[in-house]
Design a protein around this ligand. Structure first.
Ligand SMILES: [Zn+2]
Length: 410
């Protein structure tokens, strides 16, 4: 089926409201604020859900900023499972729990949505090279989409990224550089180079075209529930790309009359990288943190920058909530999810579930609500020792005896 036209019209500064034309612009030319994309909303309202055709991320092409279908890069991202989880809901004591499993994307992470629109925008604006600084997931995703688009990629990757992520990056990137030290420090230096236009900015700090792809997660959740939003959506926050994009998606659908009302948004952070949670609890501005290692590698941002301020603004303006989880709680949530529902998500991916558990315990969220948790990555790229147990040799009798015993236990 023919892909629909993009109905993007302009960029708007989230600080001063100033409009810019649709070009490769990373920040407001007037005040330096972050930019967001605007669309032809009167036309979208008339089209309704008829605006969306085909499957996967590009089903939502009218609300994405890539004009020429020839520039739309795809590895089959989007259309990820939205799974009702009754056994997990019972364990947590909530009425209805659905999870959006982003590990089912082509490189096993929600980042494939932003890589799709980011790398497509690189083609749209005539760039030959993409680049990103990554703790692991973004690097392999941007590298894979760049390879798919025939672009060079220059990927900077955290030295403690898991071996499966490193292997994936080394295979798909044109150049993989492994860096020592803290993500935030390199990001600050790299952001300055991005302004020189040597490469297309595939970072999470500013580029409005890149993060727009993640907006489709909101469209898929609403469409999967019969064009209704859940009452609460729990989204992970490192610098806030997924959270902001999902929140923008729900707000847009509400304005377009596609859903009756937007959900409350909950921001989920690792306790070891909790700058947004602290600011929200203290009713204060964000104080950047020097952070160390967390099992939720993808959430290891101590300075969420201006996107962190945007997350706080959304939380405060819409009655949202923020929460955190310790590394041990994240790992416990990982095995709980695997055991009760058979879903294997990585630590970064299940952080939002661990945070939901804590928010329920703290009575910050209503257990009678319909809750959706965004699980941002697969567990298949996690590095871990295999479970330690002895291997057994069998003959027919000992095998029969073990099987009978195990089957009786169930
Ligand atoms: Zn501005």
């Amino acid at each position: 089926m023919k892909q629909m036209d993009s109905l993007a019209t302009s960029l708007r500064c989230i600080e001063c409201g100033g409009a810019s034309p649709l070009g490769y612009t990373l920040q407001c030319p007037t005040c330096g604020g972050l930019l967001e994309l605007l669309y032809d909303e009167p036309l979208l309202r008339r089209l309704g859900t008829g605006a969306f055709t085909g499957t996967g991320l590009w089903r939502y092409a009218p609300v994405l900023p890539i004009a020429d279908p020839a520039h739309r890069v795809s590895l089959g991202e989007g259309a990820t499972p939205l799974l009702d989880c009754p056994r997990l809901a019972r364990e947590l004591g909530v009425q209805r729990l659905v999870v959006k499993f982003e590990g089912a994307n082509p490189t096993g992470t929600v980042k494939d949505r932003s890589s799709a629109t980011g790398v497509s925008a690189a083609l749209q604006f005539g760039f030959a090279v993409t680049s990103v600084v990554s703790s692991g997931n973004a690097g392999s995703s941007i590298a894979a989409y760049s390879a798919r688009a025939g672009l060079r990629s220059l990927i900077f990757c955290y030295e403690r990224a898991s071996a499966p992520k490193m292997l994936h990056m080394a295979a798909t990137a044109t150049d993989l550089v492994i860096y020592k030290g803290v993500y935030d420090d390199l990001i600050t230096l790299w952001d300055r180079l991005a302004e020189e236009g040597l490469f297309f900015d595939c970072g999470a700090s500013r580029n409005p075209y890149k993060h727009e792809g993640k907006k489709t997660i909101a469209y898929e959740i609403a469409e999967g529930l019969g064009w209704r939003a859940p009452d609460l959506v729990v989204a992970p926050v490192a610098v806030g790309e997924t959270f902001i994009a999902a929140s923008r998606g729900f707000a847009e659908m509400e304005r377009l009359g596609l859903i009756a009302r937007r959900p409350i948004m909950a921001a989920a952070q690792a306790a070891r990288a909790n700058a947004v949670v602290r600011a929200w609890r203290d009713k204060a501005a964000i104080t950047p943190l020097k952070i160390g290692y967390t099992v939720a590698e993808g959430l290891a941002a101590g300075d969420p920058g201006r996107k962190g301020d945007w997350v706080l603004r959304i939380l405060r303006e819409t009655g949202g909530v923020a929460g955190q989880a310790e590394d041990e709680e994240i790992l416990a949530a990982q095995s709980l999810l695997a055991r009760t529902e058979g879903i294997w998500a990585g630590p970064t991916g299940v952080a939002a579930l661990a945070v939901l558990k804590n928010l329920l315990h703290e009575k910050e969220v209503d257990p009678a609500a319909t809750i959706c948790v965004i699980l941002s990555e697969t567990g298949l790229k996690t590095e871990a020792a295999p479970p330690s147990r002895p291997a057994i040799a069998f003959d027919e009798a000992s095998l029969r005896s073990l099987v009978r015993e195990k089957v009786r236990e169930s």
